[in-house]
Design a protein around this ligand. Structure first.
Ligand code: ADP
Ligand code: MG
Length: 245
C-alpha cells in the first residue's frame, strides 16, 4: 500500500529534566491507517500521543499534520486539537452537562456550528456509538463503557482528520471493554486514521495496520501485527509479550 502520510514525526526528541522521554522518534501514519502503540509502562507512549496534538511541546525534530507543521498557539492550535481528537483513559466528560451537550458544545465553540445543527450531529453520533437513548442523561448516570463511547462521539463530532486513543479501555471493567473496542473497530473499518495506545492485543491483531513497540523512549519495532506477534525481532519485545500474553 502506498502511504499517503497524514501524521509525520521526524527525529522528534523530548526531555523531562534529565529523562530523555522521546528519543529520535520517526513515525509516519498514513491516511486511513490504524497504528497501535504498545510497550512497557513509562516507555513514552502517552507522551508521544500528547505531542501529536501539541499537549506537549518538543525540543527538536518536526511533526507534520497533512504536510504542515503543528501550530504553536491561538486559533490554529484550537483547530489542531479538533482535527486530531484525543480519547483518554479517564473519560474527561463535563460532569454538569448532559450527554448531548457534551457532544455538541465544542462543535458550537470551535467549529462555529449553530446549536441545533450541532445537536443534530451529536444525536447522529450518539446513535452511531449505540447511545441514542442516553442523550438527556448526565455522565454519572452512565456506565464507564457508555461514558467512553460518549467521549468517542465527542471527538468524532469535530470531524477530526485523526483520532488518538491513550489506553481507552484501561479504566473499564472487563465486561465493558468490548463495547468500546467494537466502536473503535467500526471506526477503523470506516477509514478513520487512528493512533491507539492499548494493551488489548486482540484489538492490535485484528484492527491494526501496524504495531509500534516502544521501550525507553524509542521506537524499537514498527511492523505489521502478523510480523510482530509471530516473530518479534527484539529481545525487549519478546520479553514484553511473554509477560502480557
Ligand atoms: P507511558 O505512557 O508509556 O507509560 P509516559 O509517556 O506517560 O509513558 O511517561 C514516560 C516517562 O516520562 C515516565 O518515566 C514518566 O514518569 C515520565 N513523565 C511523564 N510525564 C511527565 C511530566 N509531566 N514530568 C516529568 N516526567 C514525566
Ligand atoms: Mg501512558
Amino acid at each position: 500500500m502506498a502511504v499517503d502520510p497524514l501524521i509525520e514525526l521526524r527525529d522528534v526528541n523530548k526531555h523531562y529534566g534529565a529523562l530523555h522521554v522521546l528519543q529520535d522518534i520517526n513515525l509516519t501514519v498514513g491516511r486511513g491507517e490504524v497504528v497501535v502503540i504498545i510497550g512497557p509502562s513509562g516507555s513514552g507512549k502517552s507522551t508521544l500521543c500528547r505531542t501529536i496534538n501539541r499537549l506537549e511541546t518538543i525540543e527538536s525534530g518536526t511533526i507534520l499534520l497533512d504536510g504542515k507543521p503543528l501550530p504553536d498557539e491561538g486559533k490554529e492550535l484550537a483547530a489542531l486539537r479538533a482535527d486530531v481528537g484525543m480519547v483518554f483513559q479517564a473519560f474527561n466528560l463535563f460532569a454538569h452537562k448532559t450527554v448531548l451537550d457534551n457532544v455538541s458544545l465544542a462543535q458550537v465553540k470551535v467549529r462555529k456550528r449553530k446549536k441545533d445543527e450541532a445537536d443534530e450531529r451529536a444525536r447522529e453520533l450518539l446513535d452511531r456509538v449505540g447511545l441514542a437513548d442516553q442523550a438527556p442523561k448526565y455522565p454519572a448516570q452512565l456506565s464507564g463503557g457508555q461514558q467512553q463511547r460518549v467521549a468517542i462521539a465527542r471527538a468524532l463530532a469535530m470531524n477530526p482528520k485523526a483520532l488518538l486513543f491513550d489506553e481507552p479501555t484501561s479504566a473499564l471493567d472487563p465486561e465493558m471493554i468490548n463495547e468500546v473496542l467494537e466502536v473503535m473497530r467500526q471506526l477503523a473499518a470506516d477509514g478513520m486514521t487512528m493512533v491507539v495506545v492499548t494493551h488489548e492485543m486482540g484489538f492490535a491483531r485484528s484492527a491494526a495496520n501496524r504495531v509500534v513497540f516502544m521501550a525507553d523512549g524509542r521506537i524499537v519495532e514498527d511492523r505489521t501485527p502478523e510480523e510482530f506477534f509471530t516473530a518479534p525481532e527484539s529481545e525487549r519485545a519478546r520479553d514484553f509479550l511473554s509477560k502480557i500474553l
